[in-house]
Design a protein around this ligand. Structure first.
Ligand SMILES: [Zn+2]
Length: 264
């Protein structure tokens, strides 16, 4: 099998990977509290492992980058362990990674994100890279690639049962790193104030976007129902995400980058 990890290549090997038009996959996580039953690295583990499993299945099409561990999560700081990076710093940092990747000749970059609040910042970073380099850059949070599995396995209420440290994330961790999950500490905690316009669920976005400090509505640090999580659910979700990711990587690799037209 060809090498898949960016940092394990020599420079001539990496030059060859760029010439082959491989897609560069950058997993992005966060270090933050996930309640009393999940590790601080939950979003790093999910994004990194799903990316790794996907790239391993299409090693001729992709390269896996070392992960970005820190992200935007100031709203979690009332709980110990959270490491928060300011939004503009995060955008600039990830944009710079993409600029370097493009500088070395790669033309397709894909962010696989594990943390909900990273999304708007990664979207801007991806646009920066597309706007300012010869490469194009796309973004997928893993849970948006998890259908139809999520609909099939879901038992928790909508909205709210799948948000943070929830049925979904806990199931995925039970599959990927069961040694880091303490189900004896898992409790249902869905106390994001109910509203027709503002709710929070990984499967369904509310019409109005709003996020508050976690300690204002969650006693445990989670929002969701992890008591419904199982390893089997996690395996189905991960399998679904990885299959969809492989499909997208192949499509993205083949995607033509059209010439821009200056109409002045
Ligand atoms: Zn998470």
């Amino acid at each position: 099998m060809p090498k898949i990890c960016w940092e394990e290549h020599t420079w001539p090997e990496l030059r060859e990977a760029a010439r082959q038009g491989r897609v560069v996959v950058l997993p992005v996580g966060t270090i933050e509290q996930h309640g009393p039953h999940l590790p601080l690295a939950t979003d790093c583990i999910t994004s990194r492992e799903m990316s790794r499993l996907a790239v391993e299945r299409c090693p001729a099409d992709a390269v896996l980058m070392p992960q970005v561990h820190y992200g935007f999560n100031e709203h979690h700081l009332d709980f110990p362990g959270t490491i928060a990076v300011d939004g503009p710093t995060f955008i600039n940092y990830v944009t710079d990674i993409g600029k370097s990747v493009a500088h070395h000749g790669f033309r397709k970059i894909l962010f696989i994100n594990g943390h909900g609040s990273n999304v708007p910042f990664l979207d801007i970073a991806a646009r920066n890279i597309t706007n300012r380099t010869p490469a194009i850059c796309a973004l997928a949070p893993w849970w948006t690639l998890a259908e139809p599995a999520v609909t099939e396995i879901r038992e928790s209420e909508i909205p709210g049962g799948m948000a943070h440290g929830c049925e979904l994330e806990t199931s995925v961790l039970l599959y990927l790193r069961p040694d880091l999950v303490d189900m004896s500490q898992a409790v249902k905690d869905i106390n994001f104030p109910p509203s027709k316009w503002i709710y929070w669920d990984l499967q369904k976005s509310s019409p109005v976007t709003f996020m508050d400090f976690f300690s204002r509505f969650s006693r445990t640090g989670i929002n969701g129902d992890p008591t419904l999580a199982t390893r089997e659910k996690g395996e189905r979700v991960v399998e679904c995400v990885v299959n969809n990711l492989v499909d997208f990587i192949k499509e993205f690799r083949a995607r033509e980058i059209a010439q821009r037209v200056d109409h002045h």
